[in-house]
Design a protein around this ligand. Structure first.
Ligand SMILES: [Zn+2]
Length: 135
């Protein structure tokens, strides 16, 4: 299926939202309506509205690095602050930071993965092989 020939251009609809913002919302980066994910983090095969194939839009471990940096920075900062001010026992740190880190990670992974797919779509990184001339 040729995605570009049979469907509207990326900026022709979606209320003016960029493909990146559509991805962050978990929507198709082209039409902004279809669901980007099937399940929690699995990218769908095609858009259920415009039919765009998401083949090749697997971001791999790309969104994990920002998650580690952002969540790690938040947790370490909070843990150090708590330790300096209150000096609580270790079990308090474990009770606070493991659940908080898990919840923050689960909450931020979907928008970051959607953003990565939106960036791939915007910069056409998955269509390089199909371009004429193969360059
Ligand atoms: Zn779509």
């Amino acid at each position: 299926m040729n995605d570009l020939a049979s469907s509207p251009s990326p900026n022709a609809d979606g209320g003016g939202a960029s493909p990146v913002m559509r991805g962050i919302r978990g929507r198709c980066p082209r039409c902004g309506e279809g669901r980007l994910f099937k399940g929690y983090l699995k990218v769908a095969d095609t858009c259920d509205v415009c039919g765009m194939s998401f083949h090749g839009h697997d971001t791999g471990d790309g969104p994990v690095v920002p998650v580690l940096l952002i969540i790690g920075g938040i947790i370490v900062g909070l843990a150090l602050g708590l330790e300096v001010v209150y000096e609580p026992p270790v079990w308090v740190h474990l009770l606070l930071w493991i659940p908080l880190g898990t919840l923050l990670t689960l909450g931020i992974m979907v928008p970051l993965k959607g953003m990565a797919v939106g960036l791939q779509y915007k910069y056409r990184s998955t269509e390089e092989e199909t371009r004429p001339g193969g360059v």
